[in-house]
Design a protein around this ligand. Structure first.
Ligand SMILES: C[S@@+](CC[C@H](N)C(=O)[O-])C[C@H]1O[C@@H](n2cnc3c(N)ncnc32)[C@H](O)[C@@H]1O
Length: 211
C-alpha cells in the first residue's frame, strides 16, 4: 500500500473489481450501495437530504479518500470528517481530490486522537491488513463517544467447508486475515451493541453502537 501506482488505480479499478467480487456482485452491493449503507448506519445524511448532522466522523485507513468523501456528503457544514491512513502516497491522492476533509497520517493500531471525540467511526476494507486488528478495534472504540456508531467492512471466512477452503487459501496467499462469522462478538466484548451484520461471500459488514 506504499506504492505510488495503487493509489492511482485503487478507486476506479481495484476497489470496485476486487471488492464487488468479494461481496458477491451482482447480488451483493456495489460501491454506491455500500456507501449509502455506511452513511445510514453511521447516522449520517444521504446525498440530497436537506438536513445534515454536524457530526464528527473518523474514517480509519482511508486510503485515497474514496470512502471518506462518500461519508462527507452526509455531514453538515459544522461537522468534521477526518481520514486516517499510514500511507503517504494514499494520503497524497486523498488530499488532491478532497475539500473540507482533514487527513492525518498515523497508525490505526493507535489512532492519534483523544478519547470519545467522534460521533462516527468507519473502517472499510482495511481491518484485515492490520498487524493487530484487535488492538486497532480497541482504538476505534476508544475514540468513539458514548452512543456513537462504528461501521466495519472486512473479510469473511466462509462457513461452508468447500468455500472455506477458498477463503483459507486466499488468506494464506495474500497474508490478509480472514475473519470468522463471530466477528460481532469482538464488538460486543468491547461494550458495543451490534445493530447490523450482513454477510457476503468473502466479506462482511457490521454496524454497532457504543454504550
Ligand atoms: C484497501 S485500502 C482501504 C481504503 C478505503 N478505506 C476503502 O474503503 O476502500 C487499505 C488502506 O489501509 C491502510 N493501512 C494499512 N495498515 C494500516 C495501519 N496500520 N494504519 C493505518 N492505515 C493502514 C493502507 O495504507 C491503505 O490505504
Amino acid at each position: 500500500m506504499q506504492s505510488t501506482l495503487l493509489p492511482q488505480i485503487y478507486e476506479r479499478v481495484w476497489r470496485p473489481v476486487v471488492f464487488n467480487v468479494a461481496k458477491g456482485w451482482p447480488s451483493g452491493p456495489g460501491t454506491a450501495e455500500e456507501h449509502a449503507l455506511a452513511r445510514d448506519q453511521l447516522g449520517l445524511a444521504q446525498p440530497g437530504d436537506i438536513a445534515k448532522p454536524a457530526a464528527t466522523v473518523l474514517d480509519v485507513a482511508c486510503g485515497p479518500g474514496n470512502t471518506t468523501r462518500a461519508l462527507a456528503t452526509g455531514v453538515g457544514e459544522n461537522g468534521l470528517v477526518v481520514g486516517l491512513d499510514a500511507s503517504a502516497s494514499m494520503l497524497a491522492r486523498a488530499a488532491a481530490d478532497s475539500q473540507g476533509i482533514a487527513y492525518v497520517r498515523g497508525n490505526a493500531i493507535d489512532p492519534p486522537f483523544r478519547t470519545g471525540v467522534f460521533d462516527a467511526v468507519s473502517c472499510l476494507g482495511a481491518l484485515y491488513l492490520f498487524d493487530d486488528p484487535w488492538t486497532a478495534l480497541d482504538g476505534m472504540v476508544r475514540v468513539l463517544r458514548p452512543g456513537g456508531r462504528l461501521v466495519i467492512l472486512t473479510t469473511r471466512r466462509p462457513s461452508l467447508p468447500v468455500s472455506r477452503v477458498t477463503g483459507d487459501l486466499l488468506g494464506r496467499a495474500t497474508g490478509i486475515t480472514m475473519f470468522d462469522d463471530d466477528l460481532p462478538d469482538a464488538l460486543t466484548d468491547r461494550g458495543l451493541t451490534v445493530l447490523h451484520h450482513r454477510r457476503y461471500p468473502l466479506m462482511q459488514f457490521l454496524a454497532a453502537e457504543s454504550k
